[in-house]
Design a protein around this ligand. Sequence first.
Ligand code: DGL
Length: 262
Amino acid sequence: MEKFQYVFIDSGIGGIPYLNYLLKLAPKATALYIADSIHFPYGEKKQCEVISFTLKIVERILENVRPEIIILACNTMTVSALKTLRNTFDFPFVGTVPAIKPANLVTKNNRIGLISTERTAKDIYTQRLIDKFLNNSTVFVRGESDLVEKIENGLVYETEERKIEEIRPIISFFEKEKCDTLILGCTHFLHLRDSFIKVGKSCAIPISIVDSLEGVINHTLTLSPCKTTSKKVTLTTTGKEKQKYKDYANRYGFDFIEDIQK
Ligand code: DGL
């Protein structure tokens, strides 16, 4: 197996905007992106299931790829399993959690929305972040698994109008609740970040969109500054639909391999 400094994991294509942002800051990076699509959607699974398959995939990565750092480019995996990972492996992991702390600096009226998977929405980790950083705010948390599903299954190939059609009813809910800030707490939603920003701006009380993209990647590059001088980015999937993920790899200009092996 070739060497990669960075490994990104998500249940599907959610982590790609994070990888792309890393490549923007470190254009010569080497990265392997793993779409663990055999377990998609993580958001509909029990915490113990997410922990169990996260431990297995991390074991395989450490054995076969030996990166310098693993980025959990997935809120669901992070809130469910990061603690167990850190207790199990003496290895640097970067997690992705809903940008709850930054949202506190953005809101002016202390009415904040959070959209994520169902699993992240009800996880105690998320609740603790809300209690810690948003105790002066009213927070509306909603699981939006349909949108996750649509993004994974091709919404990224659609027109801007189609994307906005999907986003508008979601934003309308928070507009009615007079929120001025919305947190994108699932990495899949970052594929529609610009569309969320556009629709958010058009609301009666404009809604600012907050996410963890820059925070996660800046933290990654602080822990593991890019050491390579020639870019190499490869995508792989654990699932059976190899062609679908090969097409995604092509779309983003990445190489594709069918599996991770030694
Ligand atoms: N992209 C993931 C997240 O940030 C999870 C999507 C899913 O598999 O349900 O939570």
